[in-house]
Write a protein that binds this ligand. Structure first.
Ligand SMILES: [Fe+2]
Ligand SMILES: [Fe+2]
Length: 158
């Protein structure tokens, strides 16, 4: 199906951001593993995989619209050197993504592309859940203190 005006461009912008956050979250997860925070590792790795599913959906949809997915471009990966820094950096990415998706939804409404709009609406729901989870972690840290929070992230194998 031929794409409506500007839709492939906006999908490629979203794709760039998805590819960027896949890398950022993946490295954050691996750093957590290295520090011994297995629980945090599992969660952040799952989030990275979730973004990979988003990237897959966007790529499939660009091809469906007879466009060319741009896999060359990557945004700035912002790596935090501590757990709170990682959480804040990921939160910034998620918020930027919601803004991009919301703008995309608006564009699709104007262009009367309801299939793309529906896909973006589903994606925005997931990103909002990601924001909620990260905000909860930051709130917990401020309530119980970083040390207590981190000691809960070490998996108890006994
Ligand atoms: Fe995503
Ligand atoms: Fe996300």
């Amino acid at each position: 199906m031929k794409a409506k005006q500007g839709v492939v461009d906006l999908l490629n912008k979203i794709l760039t951001e998805e590819l960027t956050v896949i890398n950022q979250y993946f490295l954050h997860a691996k750093m957590c593993k290295n520090w011994g925070y297995d629980r945090l590792h599992d969660h952040v790795l799952d989030r990275s995989y979730g973004e990979m599913k988003d990237a897959k959906a966007v790529i499939d949809h660009i091809l469906y619209l007879e466009g060319l997915p741009n896999m060359q471009r990557l945004g700035t990966v912002q790596i935090g050197e501590t757990v709170p820094e990682q959480l804040k950096s990921d939160l910034a990415k998620e918020k930027a993504m919601v803004k991009m998706l919301t703008d995309g939804i608006e564009h699709c409404t104007k262009a009367r592309d309801f299939t793309t709009r529906h896909m973006l609406e589903d994606m925005v729901k997931d990103e909002e859940e990601h924001i909620d989870w990260i905000e909860t972690q930051l709130e917990t840290i401020s309530q119980v203190g970083l040390q207590n929070y981190l000691s809960e992230q070490i998996k108890d194998n006994s």
